[in-house]
Design a protein around this ligand. Structure first.
Ligand code: MG
Length: 277
């Protein structure tokens, strides 16, 4: 872990959320890359996962028994890069070179990086990849869990629902999916583009253990992740209701932030809101 992170002394997942939000905002500002608001919506989930749940660190990053995390919504890559930076797996220098020529930190995750288990960003594939990983663990009698984070928009893809059938048919109780249900996708509202109806009822009908939570409430996220990982039957899904652009007042629910990046003045304003010193 680098000196900067050590000196921050991040004591809990909420502090980690502020750190990850500001890292994503800085990466977006420096690179002028898109999808900042999509990262901000899932950062509380990522923080709890990386602070409290995942058996994954710099020490066991190559160990076959490590927990797997797959970011199916690959466009939120900056949230993952921040988490890998916090874990000491990627360096400050790599963060500063995000999207620059020759950098492995691309706008969508590159599996050449430790901690990136699959190339994602072509939406709708992460759940099926995770089914394969979870089935592989069962066949090899490995005890690790596979966690996958999806967007609500990618639930438009048929491959998601094929995976739901597959996971239940193979009793993948070692698979935990989380949906970042921020009610937006790319240029519009999920409800207007292709309405999803009740995700809870849909997953239930596919035989999954199903939980619906506030995806920014760390206590609730932690409680349901613990419950999901202890299930002995069937795959589990946590439907996390979230706000796109969460944490920065002038970005929340303003879909312009799907593509735009903050100016220097906006970066300073965000830093103040996050109470970053
Ligand atoms: Mg969405």
């Amino acid at each position: 872990m680098d000196e900067k992170i050590k000196s921050l002394k991040i004591k809990n997942s909420r502090e980690l959320s502020s750190f990850l939000r500001f890292e994503s905002i800085k990466m977006s500002h420096n690179s002028k890359a898109a999808h900042l608001a999509s990262s901000l919506s899932c950062i509380d989930i990522m923080s709890v996962l990386f602070f409290s749940i995942l058996n994954f660190s710099n020490r066991n990053k190559k160990n076959i028994n490590r927990d797997r995390f797959i970011l199916s919504k690959g466009h939120a890559a900056t949230a993952l890069y921040g988490a890998l930076y916090y874990k000491g797996i990627i360096t400050k220098n790599e963060i500063l070179n995000y999207t620059k020529k020759g950098s492995l930190l691309e706008e969508h995750p590159n599996p050449k990086l430790h901690g990136v288990e699959a190339a994602t960003g072509s939406l709708g594939h992460g759940l099926s990849i995770s089914c394969g990983v979870a089935l592989g663990a069962k066949l090899k009698n490995k005890k690790f869990k596979t966690y996958v984070l999806l967007s609500d928009g990618e639930c438009n893809e048929g491959s998601v629902w094929e995976s739901c059938l597959f996971a239940n048919a193979n009793n993948l109780d070692n698979l935990i999916a989380i949906i970042d249900y921020n009610k937006w996708q790319a240029t519009g509202k999920t409800q207007d583009i292709l309405k999803l109806g009740s995700l809870t009822e849909k997953f239930k009908s596919f035989g999954w253990n199903t939980y619906e939570i506030n995806g920014h409430d760390h206590k609730e996220i932690l409680q349901k992740l613990k419950l999901a990982k202890s299930n002995k039957n069937n795959p589990s899904v946590i439907i996390a209701n979230t706000t796109k652009g969460k944490g920065i007042s002038f970005m929340e629910n303003d879909n312009n932030w799907h593509y735009r990046s903050p100016s220097y003045e906006e970066l300073l304003k965000a830093k103040k809101e996050l109470k970053i010193l």
